[in-house]
Design a protein around this ligand. Sequence first.
Ligand code: 3HC
Length: 282
Amino acid sequence: MNIKTFGVVGAGQMGSGIAQVASTFGYDVIIHDINSDCVKRGIDNIKKVLNKRVDKGKITAEEKEKILGRIKTSTDLKDMKAADFVIEAANEEEEIKSQIFKTLDSICGKNVILATNTSSIPIGKIASQTNRQDKIIGMHFMNPPPVMKLIEVVRCLNTSDETYNITRKLSEKFGKTPVNVGDYPAFILNRILMPMINEGIFCLFTRIGTEKDIDTAMKLGANIPMGPLELADLIGLDTCLAVMRNLYTGFNDPKYRPCPLLKRYVEAGWLGRKAGRGFYKY
Ligand code: 3HC
């Protein structure tokens, strides 16, 4: 399959990062969001990251312009008709994703693979909204997508071998390492990482330490680059809560109950870096 144009639905931190990756590796990209403000925010995010790379001498100003020049923007999902492969990176809400997949299924060419960057919603549930279940797959990038090397490639029961092989190869073309993951809630990375973050939040909730104490303990004691609370702020507290809820209901297991403090922060709009306030102020 010859993939030239890569479609990205959602221009948030994940969607814009994924668009940057695809364009950097030479693909024409169409990035879509519901309105021009959201799309602009995504493009501004890419420009900010690329400007830093130019300042550091990692790429030339000319290369930056080429990367940006390959990215077209859209506020009409019908534009995805021109894409050879589409990834959805919208909010982590089943209802929203289902609607997007129904629409993409009616718009995109019949051989086009529709991938989702969901962090925890079962791929089979998303696939069942379409008439091309063999061409639906999870392609889960990590945040920030331009930096993190892993892609979880998640097959549902109906995903074909061909779809899986194409998605794996594409991940490698993006300079990433794909891992094959079964279709169970939160896959591998988030199933292990999110309970760690949630437990960090419980530590704060029960006041066994301050935010800084908890993050320092984990960074210096477990040799991870960011502590659980810093990382939650980077990922977005709404996403962390959505993943914990999907684990909780997906396995019917109380060990995945989200910390009440996480719920309280999300209710208050303290969503992390993107909101200017989470466990820390930005
Ligand atoms: N976008 C693009 N590039 C970025 C970036 C961003 N948002 N943030 C940092 N970078 C780049 C920098 O430009 C720099 O590039 P260079 O080496 O080519 O100069 C490189 O990353 C290192 O950045 P810094 O020197 O500024 O800072 P650090 O060394 O502290 O690294 C970090 C920053 C890469 C974010 C590092 O702290 C890290 O790896 N943190 C952990 C991230 C993580 O665990 N992500 C997974 C989250 S879980 C997930 O995404 C799943 C989802 O479903 C919830």
